[in-house]
Design a protein around this ligand. Sequence first.
Ligand code: DGL
Length: 241
Amino acid sequence: MRVGIFDSGIGGLTVLNCLIESYPNNEYIYFGDTLNLPYGTKSLEQLREYADKIINFLISKRVDIIVIACGTISSNLYEEIKEKYSIPIIDVLTPTVKYIKENNLNNVGVFATPMTIKSGALNSVVNNSISCPLFVPLIESGKINTKECDEAVIDYLKRLGDCEYIILGCTHYPVLEKVINKHSNSKLINMGQCVSNYINISNEGKLKVTLYFSLLSDELLKNISTIIKTPYEIKQQVLSN
Ligand code: DGL
């Protein structure tokens, strides 16, 4: 089976990782729109344009299913996207909300991008939400083990207040898991894990991972290698209208 996955940058690789772990015998085609990141502060019109281009690109690669590995696109556009395309499309929020409800989790907070928080898509399952605009630029520039990153984590945790669980409501944030755990005892919810529990795909081929990015850099290549541990092929692909 061919699985298409996309995000603004390396964040969706945390979802890809979970899928590879549960379904290693598939072909995965990933698109990271590094040319246009971050998505979390863009307008709805811009997000719609980016998502449409990427979905059409993945369809042209003959994928059987698409996973929107981006909280921002999922929370703002999933219903619309699902209606628009005939191919099966899965988002990251539906499986996450299902997981929280099925497990009766209480005292849940969420860290997410400004646009995800603004959408209110997780309001039915969370007690408190904080938008974390500093996280994606820190992660994409590889500044995870810096004082700046520690300070941002401490500040967002303080603003969120005490929570038993924290949803990492942006797929980039699992990259900060260790840093967050250093400063908090809350249990972290990784949306990629919720997706791989929820999705039902076959597992009968051979693992092949192809990563497309709209802008490649040395920093990006380094960051990717710290997240994806299986072999992959990497390509630059600019999407035109
Ligand atoms: N990783 C994406 C998300 O889950 C996009 C973050 C961004 O580019 O701001 O929201």
